[in-house]
Ligand binder design. Sequence first.
Ligand SMILES: [Zn+2]
Length: 421
Amino acid sequence: MSNQPHVLRRYTSGYLLYAGKLRRSQWKSADEIAAEQRRQLRELLRAAAQVPYYRSLGIGPDDELAKLPILRKDTVRARFNDFLNPRHPRRGVFEDHTSGSTGAPLRFLLTAEQKAYEMAFAIRFWRWAGYRTGDRIAAFRSYIPATPRDPLWKLDRRQQTLFFSVYDMTPAHLRRYVTEFNRYRPRFVRGYPTSIFAFAQFAAAEGLPVHSPHAVLTSSETLSPEMRAVIEKTLQCPVFDWWGTNERVVTACQCEQRGAYHVNAEGGILELVPVAPGLYRMIGTGLINHAMPLIRYDLGDLALPAAAPCPCGRGLPVIGGILGRSDDLIVTGDGKFIPPVRFYTLFETCDQIRRFQVVQTAPDAVTVRLVPARELTNLTGLRQKLQRFLGENVAIEFAIVDEIQPDPSGKVRTVIAHAPR
Ligand SMILES: [Zn+2]
């Protein structure tokens, strides 16, 4: 969610309207929610019939979603103009783009309505976590010191948020972060899971007392069970995770049960399409944005279906969990699928390692970069465990490094798979 004041001002009226609507709609039955989605989908397909790309497919309002082709990012990148709806009013439409952390940035159009919905969904999520207007927040994202002389943290009084730079998380700085965090006493913490995890892990390892907030809100990267456990134990509060992509097609997040992820179904349809046994691609259709409709768009992430409905009783559909980016899915020479989350399980339970990055350099070769927490004496055990799930044919090389650099958006890529598939 964007918290920039000018964005807040511009969309506040729409957002308040939608926030009220979403507060009620979450408790509708699954059937009622699905019926409303079908109505929205018909409207979307009617709009899409004006859009060159979809017109060439002969799309009409009565089409069944599952029969339409899956749309890849590359197609949108290459044919941007063919996705624009010429009949959509220009007012309130603006251009945005993906961070381009793993390839060329992708441009897309958003609408004011989409933006307002996005804020309303984010606030609903924050409310599920117990947020009250005016609560103090510590954020581990969005702040980049412009020069080396700029401060490592910055208080934004308007947003009641203390922003910490995630580009400077060295042990010496982290010690000062803990002191500043304790002084500010935030009721909420939000940001990248890897950054909050690094903060919590450092405090725990150093035995530093940390102020306990009401809850932690993570987003924008995959939250592994191990990261969650370390953050919850150190900060003594629950973690709530949000999943979304820059394109804002559809989002999902955890309610107070903190098990499955509820799809924010009033804004989009999420389909899980099988890739391999137990692994699904997330395919989204945005129901709000008619200026540049994205239908059956491959969101680039992997998920698990939910085993059961969420016990909270909300009618919003659920998915079981997020397994990381599909681009980071390692496929070995003999066709073994290893989702990124498997590596977290291995490295994050190893207290000798502070950070890691797995880079697949060839189908049967990986380089594992390790930032040790203390002197690494023996890598044999780790090599054996890695070999077991990568397979005997995969050559493993270790590289001990001082730091793993985040990409320009501030995210740390923990797994980099070989070559596009
Ligand atoms: Zn729930």
